[in-house]
Design a protein around this ligand. Structure first.
Ligand code: BG6
Length: 495
């Protein structure tokens, strides 16, 4: 059934997220003819912009981001959907005006998605104002609220936020976004795991030695110090994106792709993660901050020299963790998560290391050691699915080397889509499977809470790593075995 026309109301439309992600994603949905006929996009911003000024701005945003260049015909169709509404988020009167504007269903379809691309401090108040002018009441058409991360600052604030939101909205109206769930490889992970029968027998503690999930960035914090210095890498990446990736790698097969089945299985994983007692925090977690260094041959500042960072900040820009999932499938298998800014390369990947095979069979040959098999899932910049196998080197000797079987899923002519395209479309379609249910958020906070609390009081010292490196050497101490190492490459030659 075709989707019904809807209105996307974007709060914070002139901000960075909207420029870089939301407007380009909506444009690309237009390219694909996926915006239902008659749909509108209403931008809300503080700036005193005319309709024409907004259209000009959008054109600039799209020129930078449109894949394959802007298509004039599509652009005209897209522009016809856009309107601008100037208003102050904190002013009640603004919401009265907004409601009056939206009430005219000749202009704006009455199925409405409100996208809060604004400071997390404003999430609850804006929702309250929307509710007070009855914009969240579903008498005519659906009303949905899309809320960006971070959902809370810690467990308590997340619960408080949830408490307020749930007094204005039903759970089915809330779309908590984690854009990692919209990424191509991440969605493919479900297909890879549950559409290939050969993997399932191996996907457990009997065959898997450990799992690593890495997100590294070459970029620093840019101009985000005001947010980042209060957040740090553990909150910014691990509590949200990396734990979400972990749930998909580790969950049991859900009954179906339907939202509640998927979320039930994800929550079970989070609930089964072994609690880290405060006295064990240092054995399970490592933090560090980037010092000055070189990226692509260029000198770059250390974190403390970045604009608006307090000189004595001990906020971590690198965080690593070791976790255990105490269930039948994963008992005893360490899961290592790490993330960092200003690292050697930008890379997001999941690396699964299998157990070592016995060497006995090769005892009278030149084979001295054997590499374990790995499954490598590249999320970005390279999207790939690879399996590393040991093969015999050609020639008269019995020597081995590692060969990589490539199951990459994109052909050269197939364009990658951005995660936000999938997710914005899911909102229109009412599909919440790639959005977070509150208990997922809550359990994710519970997992990192002891670490956050310990780090919060240890304010005298933080280890550093040079910008442009793969992070602090000392982080190796998280590994359970001498043979384990951080996997930095998706190719066998240079791991
Ligand atoms: C955001 C974090 O949620 O994700 C940023 O706040 C981080 O600090 C970003 O850079 C990474 O997303 P992506 O899609 O660029 O990997």
């Amino acid at each position: 059934m075709a989707n019904e026309a809807c209105t996307y109301v974007i709060f914070g439309a002139t901000g960075n997220l909207s420029r870089v992600k939301l407007m380009p994603a909506l444009y690309h949905l237009e390219v694909e003819n996926r915006l239902p006929e008659g749909s509108k996009i209403l931008a809300l911003g503080r700036r005193d912009w005319s309709q024409q000024k907004w259209l000009d701005e959008v054109k600039i945003m799209l020129t930078e981001k449109a894949r394959g260049g802007l298509d004039e015909t599509v652009l005209q169709r897209f522009m016809a959907r856009l309107s601008y509404h100037k208003g102050d988020l904190h002013d009640k009167q603004n919401y009265v005006e907004l409601a009056t504007k939206l009430a005219d269903s000749n202009d704006f379809p009455s199925n409405i998605a409100f996208y809060l691309a604004i400071s997390p401090n404003d999430f609850a108040n804006v929702t309250q104002y929307l509710s007070e002018v009855e914009l969240l009441t579903e008498t005519h058409g659906w009303r949905r609220l899309v809320i960006e991360k971070p959902f809370g600052y810690d467990l308590e604030s997340a619960q408080a936020l949830q408490h307020r939101l749930s007094s204005y909205l039903k759970e089915s109206q809330i779309y908590r976004i984690d854009h990692y769930l919209g990424k191509g490889t991440v969605q493919n992970l479900l297909v890879f795991r549950f559409a290939n029968v050969m993997l399932e027998p191996l996907w457990n503690r009997n065959y898997i030695d450990h799992i690593q999930i890495t997100h590294s960035e070459a970029l620093g914090i840019g101009s985000r110090a005001n947010y980042y210095d209060n957040a740090g890498a553990l909150r910014d990446m691990v509590q949200s994106h990396l734990l979400q990736l972990l749930t998909l790698v580790a969950m049991e097969p859900p009954v179906s792709m339907e939202a509640e089945s998927l979320r039930d299985e994800k929550v079970k994983v989070l609930k089964s993660i072994r609690n880290i007692p405060k006295q064990a925090v240092h054995a399970h977690a490592f933090r560090a901050q980037y010092a000055k260094g070189k990226i692509n041959g260029k000198n770059v500042n250390g974190y403390l020299q970045e604009e608006n960072v307090p000189a004595d900040s001990v906020t971590e820009t690198y965080a690593a963790m070791k976790l255990y999932i105490d269930n039948w499938r994963w008992r005893g298998v360490p899961i290592y998560l790490r993330t960092g800014k200003r690292m050697a390369e930008a890379q997001s990947s999941i690396s699964i290391c299998f157990r070592h095979p016995p060497l006995q069979f090769f005892r009278d040959t030149q084979v001295q050691s054997m590499q374990p098999n790995w499954i490598l899932l590249g999320i970005q910049p390279e999207e790939c699915l690879r399996m590393e196998m040991t093969v015999k080197e050609p020639g008269l000797e019995m020597r081995t080397r590692v060969s990589s079987l490539d199951a990459s899923f994109r052909h050269a002519h197939e364009n990658p889509t951005d995660a936000y395209e999938d997710l914005l479309l899911d909102v229109i379609e009412g599909d919440r499977s790639l959005f977070l249910r509150f208990d997922e958020v809550e359990y994710a906070w519970k997992i990192v809470e002891p670490i956050l609390q310990t780090w919060a009081v240890e304010r005298d010292f933080i280890p550093t790593y040079p910008a442009g490196s793969w992070g602090p050497e000392d982080c190796r101490r998280l590994f359970e075995k001498e043979k384990q190492f951080w996997r930095c490459s998706l190719t066998p030659e240079d791991k």
